[in-house]
Design a protein around this ligand. Sequence first.
Ligand code: COI
Length: 353
Amino acid sequence: MNISMTKTTHPGKLPPAGQLGFGSVFTDHMFLMDYTDQEGWHNARIVPFGPISISPAASVLHYGTEVFEGLKAYRRPDGAVQLFRPWENVARLNRSCDRLGLPRIDERDGLQAIRELVKTDADWVPSEPGTSLYIRPFLYSTDPTLALHGVHEATFAIILSPSGSYFSDGLKPVPIMVETEDVRAVRGGTGEAKCGGNYAAANRAGDKAMEKGYSQVLWLDGVQRKYVEEGGGMNVMFKIAGMVVTPMLTGSILPGITRKSCIELLKSWGIPVEERLLSVDELFEAAKNGTLEEAWCVGTAAVVSPIGELAWNDEKYEVNQNRIGALSQRLYDELTGIQWGTRPDPFGWTCVI
Ligand code: COI
């Protein structure tokens, strides 16, 4: 794929690490590519980061025809920059496109676009511990008509954001609350796709949890409202009586790449992992009788974030005395060690750009 390049005439500067939260600072450039039924994907370009012009009738603005991804570039100790399992993100992006009727991209082109853009803005990859360059690919329909029909025009874009910790308190355990009114997804819906609408539909519950002092919600399945599914924007794992349990991929849960990596790491250490249905009753019974040893969220943005408190209606329990557990810490250390290149990568998950 040929990518044209227009460099910015007003380069910005990477802020000090202490000022990097999540997703609010952007680099100098972005990647764009257009799709039409007639021409297929064309006009791949890296251009200065800035506003995108779009028809007010564009389908994405009315019907939420959008999918996205999240991955990161890391600064290794030798100064090189590496990516973590980017091919998994591009493959998932295409599966999300299938669900929303958006045109797929060629996976090699998607990977090339990510690499070229990160190379262009490589000076923006921070090097302080805990920092990285968050990569946000997204793909949306630009069909300028209000009629409901298939997608005939689209844009694929990538923006980059130097980031610190997702939660403002860093690796400190977070309190989370079971959401009992709203549901995030149902089987056959869009829960396993990474599409904007899933996150928009989660806003109300997220706001309510925040108002009550919780960092985020714990979603239950949308039909029986009985089984734990995922956190707000990340998967969840629990250590119950020595066994790691994580909700199985039923079709309404996001198949997280960090989730998959943690399962593979745990299994490589000989720690049993059960991917199965986990009812909220079983989880809170384990919290009550002390067999819930640890709980943590996993996601690209959140990495491995310990859960320090669980609430469900009037029941409230501390997990591991609101401290980071030994297993979550080990997972965090190993995963980030591989990602930042400070530990060996026996799985071949990373690639230097
Ligand atoms: C990610 O972890 O990359 C995500 O997409 C989470 C985001 C919704 C904040």
